[in-house]
Structure formats: structure tokens, C-alpha cells
Design a protein around this ligand. Structure first.
Ligand SMILES: [Zn+2]
Length: 106
């Protein structure tokens, strides 16, 4: 025996599921990209969610579990190496001496 109330509860649960799925989807947004450029030229454009190490002539960029950082650099000030890990849209790590910019972009 299926009661009328059971159907209503099922419908409410179904609507709730669809809404929460839509919410999670919109919060995640489009997959973020990591853009690595030097002298205003884009050298690499890769996914933020693919773990990898990118070796540039003067810097080593590491993408690990959705965050990006510069693990090694031959610049004198080491500001880029000491910059906190970035993960959000618009955040940047800049190595001025090597003119390298690592940026997270949607
Ligand atoms: Zn640097």
C-alpha cells in the first residue's frame, strides 16, 4: 500500500536532491586553469586539478591537489618560492627577476 503522504515525501526528497546537486555543481564552477606566462607570453595553460610539476628555465611550478606553488627558483629574492600556495580565481604568484607569472583563472 502506497499512501498519498509517501508520494509527497518522495517528491520533496527528489526536489531536495536536485537542488543540492545543482548547488554543488554551481559552487564548483568551471574547472580552474593554471596559466603560466613569461614576458606576457603564455607558456602553459593546464588544469588546476591535475597534479604535475612544470619545470621552467628558472622556476619549478608545482600543481598539487588543487593548489599551485613555486617549489624552486634561481632568483635572488626567492619571493615567488615564499609566496603562499594559490588556488582561487585571480590569485597570482609573481617572480619579478625571471618575469614569470603563475595565475589561477576560471
Ligand atoms: Zn622568484
Amino acid at each position: 500500500m502506497i499512501k498519498k503522504n509517501d508520494i509527497i515525501i518522495c517528491v520533496i526528497v527528489a526536489i531536495f536532491c536536485i537542488f543540492s546537486a545543482a548547488l554543488i555543481f554551481s559552487l564548483r564552477g568551471t574547472p580552474a586553469k593554471v596559466i603560466i606566462s613569461q614576458d606576457n607570453t603564455i607558456l602553459h595553460k593546464v588544469s588546476l586539478y591535475e597534479n604535475r610539476e612544470i619545470k621552467l628555465p628558472h622556476n619549478t611550478v608545482v600543481i598539487e591537489n588543487g593548489v599551485v606553488f613555486i617549489s624552486e627558483a634561481d632568483c635572488k629574492n626567492q619571493i615567488c618560492v615564499n609566496t603562499p600556495k594559490i588556488s582561487k580565481d585571480g590569485e597570482q604568484i609573481i617572480c619579478l627577476p625571471n618575469r614569470v607569472i603563475v595565475e589561477v583563472s576560471e
